[in-house]
Ligand binder design. Structure first.
Ligand code: ADP
Ligand code: MG
Length: 401
């Protein structure tokens, strides 16, 4: 069984309700101007599916969440500025509708002609969205003939606009971005070309334990940096000073090290500081960190070791920065890893980067175009790679292949 894809659906003269991830950061406008879009990459990622529907003579009825309004109307989280930007990127009008369901939404849909694009209001203005309320899902399902889910970033949540509506429609298909995400991420799970290198970092081990366990089943080496490395180093008996540590996970780290020590590559040195601050200077420490210091980035020798492993890869996945990359004193490790991944991609490796902060680091360094696949999913990508079934995908129509 596979999931129905939008390419296989007749769209002409059909109304198509599309769940997108248009959750783009906004920037404030001048006094009487509405806010603008600070980063339009999520909007650009949504264009292929919208264009396909419009070009095929369907009516594209778009919906998305934006921020966390918590089930109430927050004017500053209206999708109106998103509609304006989307219209600019599409090169055609996008009619903004100040409601998601009900008479206003129904009227807007019935006023639309084939080829038109309309954008409904923030799904999370409605308390029934995140509770997957059946009444809200019913109302959404009444709006259109066909449902398309193209919001990979929320596919791990069973919400009314993702899972609930999909189950209620006769035809629920995967959009083009969702399809691209699933294809690329599946390449990491089924027969990845070896050597396969995994790189994990970021703030917490606890967020990523299931992923560490799953990756260890598949990778040749797993490089661990970021704050999570200190839980492993402490479990090995190293001094970690005031570095971040999750004491509840020391036993688990010890078990993982016992099972896979030769494949888990940990930092051998660090960039440290006496406080979580870019203005008090930084030091380089060997593997044991002095009391009073905290590890905030991988050190120069570790950068070298990590880069050498990365250059061996034919397949690679990276999630989580190697240090506090937001501060210039502690960004070198993350940048070294990002540029090594770009180089190995240039040489033909298949590489995937995901996670909000990791992707921000790659984009900030101008390297996104030199990575095979930059995932639009943070949590969704992690759960996919953990082997979990994502409810937003599971609810789509099955087809025989
Ligand atoms: P992603 O969003 O890519 O999944 P995470 O959210 O897990 O990544 O982690 C990113 C955060 O981890 C960043 O804000 C970064 O500053 C922080 N971080 C990385 N290394 C350290 C460290 N050594 N000490 C404290 N925080 C760290
Ligand atoms: Mg993050």
């Amino acid at each position: 069984m596979a999931k129905l894809q939008i390419e296989a659906v007749e769209l002409q003269n059909r109304s198509v309700l599309v769940r997108l991830d248009l959750n783009a950061p906004l920037k404030r406008g001048s006094v009487d101007e509405e806010p603008g879009v600070a980063d339009d990459s999520r909007l650009r990622a949504a264009l292929p599916t919208v264009k396909r529907i419009s070009n095929a003579g369907g009516i594209a009825i778009l919906m998305s969440h934006l921020g966390r309004p918590g089930g109430t109307i927050k004017n500053e989280l209206s999708l109106r500025p998103i509609a304006r930007k989307l219209s600019e990127l599409l090169g055609q009008p996008v009619t903004f509708v100040p409601a998601l369901v009900g008479e206003t939404a129904r009227q807007a849909v019935s006023d639309a002609a084939p080829g038109d694009v309309i954008l409904l209001e923030n799904t999370r203005f409605y308390p029934g969205e995140t509770t997957n309320d059946s009444e809200l899902a019913d109302q959404l399902a009444e709006l259109a003939d066909i449902f398309v889910n193209d919001a990979f970033g929320t596919a791990h949540r069973a919400h009314a606009s993702t899972e609930g509506v999909a189950r209620r429609m006769q035809t629920s298909a995967m959009g083009m971005l969702m399809d691209k995400e699933v294809n690329n991420l599946s390449r990491l799970l089924s027969a990845p070309e070896k050597p396969f290198i995994g790189i994990l970092g970021g703030a917490k081990v606890s967020d990523k334990i299931a992923l560490i366990e799953q990756l260890l089943l598949r990778v040749d080496f797993l490089l661990i940096g970021g704050a999570m490395a200190y839980t492993f180093l402490k479990a090995q008996g190293h001094e970690i000073g005031n570095s971040m540590v999750e004491t509840d996970f020391l036993d688990m780290a010890e078990n993982l090290l016992a099972a896979a020590a030769d494949r888990l590559i940990l930092p051998v040195d660090h960039v440290t500081s006496t406080s979580f601050n870019n203005d008090v200077g930084s030091n380089v420490s060997d593997v044991d960190i002095k009391p009073g210091e905290m590890g905030l980035d991988i050190g120069p020798e570790t950068r070298k070791i990590f880069r050498e492993h990365i250059f061996q890869a034919h397949t690679l996945v990276w999630n989580g920065p190697m240090g506090v990359f937001e501060m210039s004193n502690f960004s070198a490790g993350t940048l070294a890893v990002a540029s090594a991944i770009a180089e190995v991609t240039d040489n033909g490796a298949f590489t995937v980067v995901g996670g909000g902060d990791s992707v921000a680091a790659v984009r900030g360094a101008g390297l996104a175009d030199r990575i095979s696949h930059v995932s639009t999913g943070g949590g969704a990508m992690l759960e996919f790679l953990e082997g979990k079934i994502l409810p937003g995908i599971d609810a789509l129509s099955d087809v025989n292949v």
